[in-house]
Design a binder for this molecule. Structure first.
Ligand code: FAD
Ligand code: NAD
Length: 476
């Protein structure tokens, strides 16, 4: 095998592996180095997302939502299934099978695109060189005209609740519980806390979520956040805001957690504690001396809007650089860089990166929140359509939540779309496309949506922007 490539990608997660595939499609010679090992010790491409993030969490969310719906909704349909039970081992086996199929699929995609897979550690050296150490310890020096760093992120640790015992775990640990913890504590009411808190709550855990901030889902549109909080409470998540954890002590097989809130010091005892307070860029042993690649004060690799680092021919993409830590954001950056390297056009529109929480109801948004539009002093109009007025949502027994569209008052351009309701994560794609093409709310109003579909909620929300909704009262 040659030691010289047009492109070397370090990191084979959802930012790195698409970069490698696109480089191969662009007829460049390319290698992708990845060091991930699963809990059974097997090496696997796919990074956090496929092995311990997006994919396994969605598998568990799907299984537990079906179980929950069997208990909560089947009766309304007239389905009698009083003995529905959950086999947690089978649920976990299904999840592991999906992860294995998806991660092995990357090797097939690499083969088709002519990408050389290298499993082990990659370290950037100066002068377009990379030190590659295979998992068996053998070391080689490789060279490439262009090197893409895609080393991802790792969970942030909390000093007062360190990951030092099987009782206090990160998100990966919370995906692997072999049985349902009776009492589950979650630190952080962010995406992971709410998704994984929902998973175990649906199976019967008593879940307490401790969030440091006084506001719930502070990054979301607050009308949406308020509606979401109502649904999480109905599910039975005990969400405590303004709660600052000061100590977590393992006592036997349980954890005593101490926190302070507005009322003073509080204590809870849980059987498992998940710490999900965000992730940090991961660059351990990635950069050799004299590479010219710089980190910012939070540890992210410094890049420009096209993901160029300060070093000639060195790029960085995904969770290890600024911007939202989302798989689809990293993928677009990886593809952009591989196209720019090949001399093609490449761009990422950071204004239209969608956010999705795969809870029930699902939550999704793109663009500005109403609070952000107000803060910018921009004149706007907004329309809301509740799913309870959607025939399809009612037929699905899921008539909860709403779709909301915010548009500029002057030229009607769509500024933000916020959805909480059934399949919100799928529905948001229409809003992303509309915003990508700088659509106005009138463009959506004049677009035919099939009846009866959930997508009509976006159509009606667009009509409601001009107080012309047909199937609901124009209240906003
Ligand atoms: P990673 O996926 O972290 O991949 C980096 C890879 O590089 C890893 O395999 C790592 O081992 C390897 N590596 C690092 N350093 C080196 C080195 N020096 N040499 C060789 N290899 C190296 N995002 C979504 O968009 N949707 C979701 O539904 C979603 N769900 C999530 C659920 C959970 C529980 C978690 C934890 C995250 C979730 N995310 C989700 C976030 C998503 O996983 C990340 O945004 C995404 O994985 C980032 O991709 P990446 O390629 O930048 O990094
Ligand atoms: P997050 O940033 O979404 O949420 C962390 C939460 O913890 C915040 O609400 C924060 O205020 C709170 N917090 C921080 N320090 C705290 C403390 N000391 N005590 C109590 N609360 C504290 O982070 P996350 O949930 O860990 O997720 C990490 C990343 O993974 C996110 O950037 C997210 O984008 C990504 N992710 C995405 C998805 C998805 O797209 N569906 C799912 C899971 C994870």
């Amino acid at each position: 095998m040659s030691d010289s490539f047009d492109v070397i990608v370090i990191g084979g997660g959802p930012a790195g592996y698409p970069a490698a595939i696109r480089a191969g499609q662009n007829k460049l010679t390319v290698a992708c180095i990845d060091e991930w090992k699963n809990l059974d010790g097997a090496a696997a491409f796919g990074g956090t997302c496929l092995n311990a993030g997006c994919i396994p969490s969605k598998a568990l969310l799907e299984s537990t939502e079906l179980y929950h719906r069997a208990h909560e909704e089947f009766a309304a349909h007239g389905i009698k299934a009083p003995d529905v039970t959950m086999d947690v081992a089978q649920m976990q086996k299904r999840k592991a099978g999906i992860v294995k199929t998806m991660t092995q699929g990357i090797l097939a995609l690499f083969k088709a695109a002519g990408v050389t897979p290298l499993q082990g550690h990659g370290k950037l050296l100066s002068g377009h060189r990379v030190e590659y150490t295979a998992h068996d310890g053998t070391r080689r020096e490789l060279t490439a005209k262009n090197i893409i760093l895609a080393s991802g992120s790792a969970p942030i640790e909390l000093r007062s609740a360190a990951f030092k015992s099987p009782q206090i775990v990160d998100s990966w640990g919370a995906l692997e519980f072999p049985s349902v913890p009776k009492r589950l504590g979650v630190i952080g009411a962010g995406v992971i806390g709410l998704e994984l808190g929902s998973v175990w709550r649906r199976l019967g855990s008593e879940v307490t979520v401790l969030e440091a901030l006084p506001d719930f889902l502070a990054i979301a549109d607050q009308q949406l956040a308020k509606e979401a909080l109502r649904h999480f409470k109905k599910l039975g998540l005990d969400i405590r805001l303004g709660a600052k954890v000061t100590a977590a002590n393992v006592a036997g097989d349980a954890v005593d957690v101490t926190y302070t809130d507005a009322k003073g010091e509080q204590k809870i005892t849980v059987d498992r504690l998940v710490v999900a307070i965000g992730r940090r860029p991961y660059t351990k042993d990635l950069l050799g001396p004299g590479t010219g690649v710089e980190l910012d004060e939070r540890g992210f690799i410094k890049v420009d809007h096209e993901c160029r680092t300060g070093a000639e021919g060195v790029w960085a993409v995904g969770d290890c650089v600024r911007g939202p830590m989302l798989a689809h954001k990293g993928k677009e950056e990886g593809v952009m860089v591989a196209d720019l390297i090949a001399g093609h056009y490449g761009e990422v529109n950071y204004k239209t990166v969608p956010s999705v929480m795969y809870t029930a109801p699902e939550i999704a948004w793109v663009g500005l929140t109403e609070e952000q539009v107000k803060a910018q002093g921009k004149a706007y109009k907004a329309g809301v359509f509740p799913f309870m007025a959607s025939g399809r949502a009612r037929a699905m027994e899921q008539a909860q939540g709403f779709a909301k569209i915010i548009a500029a008052k002057d030229d009607d351009e769509i500024l933000g779309v916020h959805i909480i309701g059934p399949m919100a994560g799928e529905l948001i794609a229409e809003a992303v496309l509309a915003m990508e093409y700088s659509a106005s709310s009138e463009d959506l109003q004049r677009t035919i949506h099939a009846h009866p579909t959930l997508s009509e909620a976006l159509h009606e929300a667009a009509l409601a922007v001009d107080k012309r909704a047909i199937d609901s009262i124009n209240r906003y």
